[in-house]
Design a protein around this ligand. Structure first.
Ligand code: ZN
Length: 389
């Protein structure tokens, strides 16, 4: 049976039609891609999560005994809940030279354009293999890719280059910040709100810690800024994203939970941030809480840790992508990607993909068709490249 063919836009439309919001399964999309590849005679490997509800997919086109080039993309998307979408987010609408839909920019288009070219890749004998690496749970802390990366050696020869197709407007990005995020839970003691001296107010102590994080953030901004890093903003940032606590106005709250993160310029000492946080909690907050109630507590757990991508000037991934993108420039981005995880195992990695990060995670997310075309041209040049060497 001949394999099905899709134009790049048709393949983008197809991948976007699967609602792969990170909290849900991505298996329908993975099944589709596996079937599509199988239709073209390509076997794929699934690397599932511990529940079996999600999976990475890894597939190789071309020779199995030489190191290849990975086209890496995450399959999950951020939620559309509460966002004012003008059209169905999971139905691609083409308008004014743009494709609208959740994941068009972040980041189904890169994988889709690559997949649409599979029949082209198969037409000629490749000297260097192309790998597709599709991951799950990138948007919730790059949780999926490490399971696949750990298997790479077993799934064939270790690849030599990874191109992570997150949106960079098809420019070559050789560095990004790392992210570490935490969840801090305060346990206080409830009382009638008139008896403040007998209770331990979890919300107010949380506010003190949040204020301390604000001071730390200000310190990094003003005293440790590194304009030469090229990052925007050019310093390690600290941010509190959510906070919940308390049950009623007249009850001293027992519980408060907040989530926070820092985004680190590669080379900055992030451990120092966590150390100072811990010192403040242990030295300033806990003694006050426990003076009233010895069982009061503050606990902090790591939610996600995504390594930064360190610049490796002149690396093989950088050289290749500069040639394919017809540019001499390299840039940096402040958002995290799976690129640092691939680099950690020793593979030369850059980020280069269609679309602009400004459109990501927003209602009415779109990608310019011109970007899709540019991505297609980039991957067709890659095809020429992998046939030659
Ligand atoms: Zn993304």
């Amino acid at each position: 049976m001949p394999g099905q063919r899709y134009t790049p836009v048709e393949m983008i439309t197809k991948l976007v039609s699967f609602d792969t919001t990170s909290r849900d399964s991505n298996l329908p999309l993975i099944d589709f891609v596996a079937d599509y590849l199988k239709g073209h005679g390509i076997a794929s490997h699934r690397i599932p999560d511990e529940t079996g509800k999600k999976a990475n997919l890894y597939a190789t086109i071309g020779p199995k005994d030489v190191p290849g080039i990975v086209l890496s993309g995450h399959t999950d998307v951020v939620p559309v809940d509460g966002q004012p979408w003008l059209t169905d987010p999971f139905k691609v609408v083409e308008k004014d030279g743009r494709l609208y839909g959740r994941g068009t920019t972040d980041m189904k288009s890169f994988s889709a354009v690559g997949l649409s070219l599979v029949p082209e890749f198969l037409k000629q004998p490749l000297k260097t293999p192309i790998h597709f690496a599709l991951s799950y749970d990138e948007e919730v802390g790059c949780l999926g890719a490490p399971r696949m990366i750990a298997q790479l050696g077993k799934l064939g020869v270790m690849p030599k280059i990874v191109i992570v197709g997150e949106p960079t407007d098809m420019t070559v990005v050789n560095a990004h910040k790392g992210v570490r995020s935490f969840r801090t839970v305060l346990t206080g003691l409830e009382q009638h709100s008139s008896a403040v001296h007998l209770g331990v107010n979890a919300v107010m102590y949380a506010a003190e810690i949040v204020h301390f994080l604000g001071q730390l953030a200000e310190e990094w901004r003003t005293m440790r800024s590194r304009p030469e890093s090229g990052f925007e903003p050019p310093y390690t940032t600290i941010h509190v994203g959510t906070i919940q606590g308390g049950t009623a106005q007249n009850i001293i709250p027992r519980h408060c939970v907040f989530t926070w993160e820092y985004r680190l310029i590669p080379g900055d000492d992030g451990e120092q941030i966590k150390r100072r946080f811990d010192e403040f909690v242990a030295g300033t907050i806990l003694p006050k809480m426990r003076a009233v109630w010895p069982e009061a507590n503050v606990e902090t757990a790591v939610r996600a840790a995504v390594p930064g991508l360190k610049p490796e000037d002149g690396s093989s991934a950088e050289a290749l992508c500069k040639a394919l993108a017809r540019t001499n420039e390299v840039g940096v981005v402040s958002y995290g990607t799976e690129a640092g995880q691939f680099q950690e195992v020793g593979i030369s990695t850059v980020v280069c993909g269609p679309g602009n990060i400004r459109e990501a995670h927003k209602p009415n997310e779109y990608i310019e068709l011109a970007q899709v075309k540019q991505c297609e041209a980039f991957l067709r040049r890659l095809l020429t490249e992998v046939c030659a060497a």
